[in-house]
Design a protein around this ligand. Structure first.
Ligand code: CA
Length: 381
């Protein structure tokens, strides 16, 4: 079997209501999808994760000009071989960011093809399912005006609770005072309810403010504090992890086993959060979770892409081993973004659905998705 075509689909849609996270205003949603076909007639889909402020054309260009010529005509089942070839070829200009997202998209598509070839879900090829469903958590609490939105965000918490969520991640990083006011309003709205809370500042603070916020939230019993400082400040992560009584999470801006090795060696995180659409796909995700086992670090994937990346994340999560095993061990939870995304729910025949507080994981071959051509055509740029 040989790779016979590699087609890119760059999708984008403007949002009716732009929203802010700590790094800026998001006014559109984008996705870089790759569709790889084989001479056997098998099609695989992959996605390069596109951050809120990222232009999807960067990963697309890396696929088109650097990686497609390299893998064309090759055996798509050679996932490990092709991953290292792509990584080595791009070492001097890649290793992180959109170039790694490009490798991720291709790798995901190759595993989708492998699953369809062997007639097995990807998790089976990864070694089997540790779980068949997962508890989702609501990622939300973005800003519509900026600061002073505590009351509206407390109402949003009630909405997520009423929709069945029992875990939520609050976007902070809008000034420590404003952040604390938001958390107090949400905690009051959730009083007496069994809800786990996490926070995510998207690296908006230096160590001093990051500590001040974490210290101010010590009483909230947070499950994690995500991206407290910039990803370059690995020593800052480690320092905060030593000083704060809150588990520190990060890794959506780290890539491959090499990037996570640096985080783990420094003792930077309690919880590693690789994104399958940017860490290097399934091949790298598996390297990273094995490395995390060796360092005793919990892994809880980051998921913010469209339906293709969500499906890939679910397949990985199915096969993700627990680092701290126990009879009643803490399980990973699924990031389930609640922000506006015009094409995510209509991109595949199998959009993510929450049922009785759980999201089930497909046991169909490959990623278990059928991409809807009309949606791809409608949003293609
Ligand atoms: Ca995040």
């Amino acid at each position: 079997m040989k790779i016979s075509s590699i087609q890119l689909h760059v999708l984008q849609s403007r949002l009716d209501t732009p929203f802010a996270f700590s790094q800026g205003w998001v006014d559109r949603r984008s996705a870089t999808l790759v569709e790889i076909r084989t001479d056997d007639g098998i099609t695989g889909w992959g996605e390069a994760f596109c951050q809120g402020l990222e232009t999807p054309q960067i990963a697309a260009a890396a696929i088109e000009h650097s990686f497609a010529p390299l893998i064309m005509g090759r055996n798509p089942l050679d996932t490990e071989t092709l991953w290292f070839e792509m990584y080595h070829r791009s070492r001097d200009f890649g290793r992180t960011g959109a170039v790694m997202a490009a490798i991720s998209a291709i790798d995901i598509a190759l595993w989708d093809i492998a699953g369809k070839f062997y007639n097995q879900p990807v998790y089976q090829l990864l070694g089997g399912a540790m779980r068949n469903d997962i508890q989702p958590y609501a990622t939300g609490f973005y800003r519509i005006s900026g600061q002073n939105e505590a009351d509206r965000l407390a109402e949003e918490a009630i909405m997520h609770f009423e929709n069945g969520f029992r875990a939520m991640k609050i976007k902070l990083g809008f000034g420590v005072k404003d952040d604390l006011a938001v958390m107090q309003a949400i905690a009051k709205a959730m009083q007496g309810k069994e809800v786990e809370l996490m926070i995510d500042t998207n690296h908006s603070y230096g160590r001093t403010e990051a500590f001040e916020l974490g210290h101010g939230l010590a009483e909230f019993g947070l499950r994690w504090y995500e991206e407290p400082v910039v990803p370059e400040d690995i020593a800052g992560y480690a320092e905060l992890r030593q000083r704060l009584p809150v588990p520190i999470a990060g890794g959506e801006n780290a890539h491959s086993l090499y990037g996570f090795k640096s985080l783990f060696e420094a003792g930077a995180v309690d919880i590693a959060q690789p994104d399958i659409g940017s860490c290097g796909g399934f091949t790298a995700a598996r390297h990273i979770h094995i490395l995390a086992q060796a360092f005793g670090v919990e892994v809880n994937p980051h998921v913010w892409g469209s339906a293709v990346a969500q499906a890939a994340s679910l397949q990985w999560i199915a096969a993700l081993p627990i680092t701290h095993h126990a009879l009643f061990a803490r399980q990973p939870i699924l990031e389930y973004d609640q922000s506006s995304h015009p094409f995510r729910q209509h991109l595949t025949e199998q959009p993510v659905k929450m049922d009785a507080g759980r999201v089930s994981i497909s046991d169909a071959p490959g990623l278990g998705i059928s991409v809807i051509d009309d949606t791809v055509n409608n949003y293609r740029i």
